[in-house]
Design a protein around this ligand. Structure first.
Ligand code: DGP
Length: 120
């Protein structure tokens, strides 16, 4: 198990973790932070990320499985704070075909409207 994930100086989400670029932060814990997505796809659209740099959720689950679980617990807290009692969607785009564009693991938390299936 790898525990030596370090910040990537080129990574936009590492810069948000470091406070080097601004974000609308809605949650913080010792292992995670969450902030509103710049291009919201629903009335609530929050990204929950590990403070450590892993390129995607699968790498995070291998390297820091406890932190991977913390992402889901943070999503539960955020959904409660945002009044998403009717439900919310959690998305982990993993790889280019899945439309991952930022290669620092992140959990999308979307809610505040009803959603279709299958996803696009
Ligand atoms: P994905 O396509 O799954 O890799 O999602 C990346 C998301 O990150 C996308 O919805 C837009 C968002 N995003 C990209 N850059 C920034 C940023 O600098 N700030 C914030 N708040 N969101 C960003």
């Amino acid at each position: 198990m790898s525990t030596d994930a370090t910040a990537d100086p080129e990574c936009i989400f590492c810069k948000i973790v470091a406070g080097e670029i601004p974000a609308d932060i809605v949650h913080q814990s010792p292992t995670t932070i969450a902030f509103r997505d710049l291009e919201p796809q629903a009335p609530t659209h929050v990204l929950v990320i590990p403070r450590s740099h892993y390129p995607d959720a699968a790498a995070l689950a291998q390297g820091e499985p406890e932190t991977a679980a913390h992402l889901f617990d943070a999503a539960r807290e955020i959904a409660g704070a945002e009044g998403l009692g009717n439900g919310y969607r959690m998305v982990l785009n993993t790889g280019a075909d899945a439309h991952q564009t930022v290669f620092h693991a992140h959990l999308h938390v979307l809610g505040g409207r009803s959603m279709g299936w299958p996803p696009g």
